[in-house]
Design a protein around this ligand. Structure first.
Ligand SMILES: Cc1cc2nc3c(=O)[nH]c(=O)nc-3n(C[C@H](O)[C@H](O)[C@H](O)COP(=O)(O)O)c2cc1C
Length: 204
């Protein structure tokens, strides 16, 4: 990678379900990134305990601690690995809700605003489903969401993992080498972009 300083990546799953196939795919991507020298922080969206976004709630009660935490995490990391199931051809409410909260976070306490913390940082997109399309239908929506409003650099490589309930061996590796190769390329792409963009930001 372009710098000796390890890249720091967030790993976020759009499903916090016990036994989630997306968490399994994300964990594999994270292991690949770590093997290449990245530092990966796993974020469990359920543990952030974010209420469903409601502007009246926001006006009355301000930012929930989970939104503050999300802004802090993005400010401290160089890129994102995201795996989300599709629910009825859309990304999950849990994922969209978390990013809606992030989007309304202002700059404060020496930290950028929510979208300032994501801007110019790469994201690698994955989806997993027991179905035949692997959650692929939601990925263009996630790509638009993250690149348009959050100014993230969504790398072209992506993986929709079909038949996810039968896709992994006992060690959590992908049984199909061609899919494992796609995942490997996605991870390398995110890491290259993360290092390059981070170094470019630091150089001003
Ligand atoms: C409300 C709902 C809608 C779903 N819609 C889709 C869908 O559009 N396409 C699909 O492939 N799977 C769909 N599924 C099935 C999910 O892909 C499946 O539950 C998957 O295991 C969820 O990901 P996870 O294992 O990471 O929790 C849906 C599941 C739920 C609960």
């Amino acid at each position: 990678m372009s710098s000796q300083v390890p890249v720091k990546l967030l790993a976020i799953s759009g499903s916090a379900r016990d036994g989630s196939h997306n968490q399994q795919l994300l964990a594999l991507a994270a292991r690949k990134a770590e093997a290449l020298g990245a530092q990966v922080t796993h974020v469990n969206l359920r543990s952030l305990d974010l209420p469903v976004f409601d502007a009246d709630h926001h006006a009355a009660q301000g930012h929930p601690p989970g939104a503050l935490k999300l802004r802090e995490l993005f400010a401290a990391h160089d890129g994102l690995l995201l795996s989300s199931p599709e629910y009825n051809a859309l990304p999950t409410p849990m994922f969209v809700n978390a990013f809606d909260w992030l989007s309304v976070m202002p700059a404060a306490d020496g930290l950028p605003g929510g979208t300032g913390a994501t801007a110019g940082k790469p994201a690698g997109l994955m989806a997993a489903s027991p179905g035949a399309l692997g959650g692929l239908r939601a990925l263009p929506i996630v790509r638009t969401f993250l690149s348009t409003n959050f100014a993230m650099v969504v790398v072209p490589e992506q993986l929709g993992l079909p038949a996810a309930d039968k896709a992994f061996d006992a060690e959590g590796a992908l049984l199909k080498p061609e899919l494992d190769a796609v995942l490997g390329k996605l991870v390398v792409s995110v890491m290259r972009q993360a290092a390059w963009l981070r170094d470019a930001r630091a150089a001003g």
